[in-house]
Design a protein around this ligand. Structure first.
Ligand code: ADP
Length: 477
């Protein structure tokens, strides 16, 4: 089987490969992917450091052309790359192709941003002095990504890093190296000078840790678990480097008595179960007022009954498998915990067999849950949601905000008053009205508050805040 190697200083290197396995069918090996060592990570960091002076001064048209070419190739190959994504991560083919298109659009957006770099000229408070405020690249950026968005998250970190003139050391998640390898290959062939983008596939505890410990990385952008995020933060403070964290969520979706039932159910099912519930913006807390509660639960069960859980690549599948055995164990452990805590398992939660060996779980819905239960406080990261019954809007808002996290927050209502109040008072970085908590645009800020995120926002023009550093220059006229 072909070995997909790491890219260090413009060379494909590495001999040992690890199999990339399809969670819909564990007999299906997608390919072998090289595993980098700590020394490989150090070589990649050295290469990025050496490449920085030239790339930071590179012409804007060169950056634009490389990012545009990459966007065009990703979009032209969306079916093939989307299939690779679904095959290695387990989200459905439609979701895989949709995410691939989004990655292409992100590269296209930052190709444009390269031509829109701007600063400010401001008069000094002192006479005859001019002040210029400009943005400069930060240096070597370390990019560490999780498995749940194998192409979109690498895209939304790599594209702005390169656009603003930084060089990159990129470590994708162990479980999904395929899409990462593919976009690095595309960028490399699109003409990036050697060392500007380095790929080091491998273990977090080895490759990731070597990145955290390096004094030669000036900024680290991380998406993953709270535990690892805390390590990134501590190591980054130690090295006085910039860092940006996107971690967990325990996103609430409120359903009020005045909601349109069909709209509420559609948004709740999407929020809780699409992409197998493996989105940091997924909702696992459905907070429902008492007047609509029973109708909502009945309609949810009916809708869930119609969901097809099967091989991600099969036509007609709505929900693919869980990503691996470890995550499946976590999901089933939480389903047992919810029952022990006294919540009622109203639908699903069983392991299911399909034609091929894979990690199939029937989406689970709890009712009679309280916001104090572990299933309502801890991120499960699977197709498991709990309905929490509340009296009215005020209680719904209080319960929605009673969480250590603050990424996304949703509400289903036809009341302008409640929608407006919720948008202003939800303690989250993103708020959705009559829409799922997940599913965001690529050109506007993404991120949260409280325990979900740290640092400036990702995506859109707000990404410049992280990937550049501001300089203020004074000139005597
Ligand atoms: P998840 O539960 O999504 O796998 P992790 O935080 O374990 O969350 O993984 C997110 C990314 O962080 C992965 O690329 C992983 O390899 C990396 N990672 C894990 N441990 C470390 C570490 N000690 N230092 C740096 N990166 C790490």
């Amino acid at each position: 089987m072909t070995l997909h190697q790491n890219l260090i200083a413009g060379e494909w290197v590495g001999t040992d490969g690890v199999a990339n396995v399809n969670p819909s069918n564990t007999n299906d090996v997608i390919g072998d992917y090289a595993r980098a060592s700590a020394d490989d990570a150090l070589a990649a960091i050295a290469a990025a450091k050496a490449a920085f002076p030239a790339w930071s001064r590179s012409g804007l048209l060169e950056r634009h052309a490389i990012l545009k070419k990459t966007a065009d190739e990703i979009l032209a190959r969306k079916d093939e790359l989307g299939r690779l994504l679904s095959r290695e991560e387990g989200k459905t083919l439609a979701e895989g192709i949709g995410e691939t298109v989004r990655a292409g659009q992100i590269f296209d957006f930052f190709a444009g941003e390269a031509l829109r770099l701007a600063g400010e000229v401001i008069p000094s408070v002192r006479p005859n002095i001019g002040v210029e405020i400009t943005r400069e690249p930060v240096g070597v950026v370390g990019i560490i990504t999780p498995w749940n968005f194998p192409i979109a998250i690498p895209a939304w970190k790599i594209a702005p890093a390169l656009c603003y003139g930084n060089t990159v050391v990129f470590k994708p998640a162990e479980l999904v190296p395929g899409c990462s390898w593919a976009i690095v290959d595309i960028l490399h062939r699109a003409g990036l000078p050697k060392g500007v983008l380095n790929l080091v596939m491998g273990k977090g505890s080895v490759v990731g840790q070597a990145m955290l410990d390096s004094p030669d990385i000036q900024a680290i952008t991380f998406t993953g678990s709270v535990g690892t995020g805390k390590r990134v933060a501590a190591a980054s403070v130690e090295h006085n480097r910039k860092f940006q964290l996107e971690m967990g969520g325990k996103n609430p979706f409120v359903v009020l008595d005045d909601a349109e039932l069909a709209v509420a159910v559609e948004a709740a099912v999407n929020s809780a179960f699409f992409s197998t519930g493996q989105r940091c913006t997924a909702s696992s807390r459905l907070i429902v007022t008492e007047g609509i509660h029973d109708r909502f639960v009945a309609a949810m069960a009916e809708r869930m009954n119609g969901l097809v859980v099967d091989d991600a690549l099969k036509a007609g599948t709505h929900i693919g498998p869980v990503v691996d055995q470890g995550q499946l164990n976590q999901d089933t452990d939480y389903i047992a915990i919810g029952q022990q805590e006294g919540a009622k398992l109203a639908f699903g939660g069983e392991l299911i067999a399909r034609d091929t060996p894979g990690f199939y779980l029937q989406p689970a819905l709890f009712t009679e849950a309280t916001n104090q239960m572990r299933i309502a406080r801890e991120e499960i990261f699977g197709p498991v949601a709990a309905v929490i019954r509340v009296k009215d809007y005020d209680e719904a808002l209080a319960v929605a905000n009673d969480t250590p996290f603050g990424l996304s927050s949703g509400i289903a209502t036809t009341s302008l008053k409640h929608a407006t109040h919720f948008k202003r008072n939800a303690e989250a970085g993103m708020v959705m009205v009559n829409l799922p908590t997940a599913g965001v645009d690529f050109h506007v800020p993404f991120g949260g508050r409280k325990g979900s995120s740290y640092g400036s926002r990702e995506q859109g023009k707000y990404a410049a805040e992280f990937y550049t550093t501001v300089k203020t220059a004074y000139t005597l006229a």
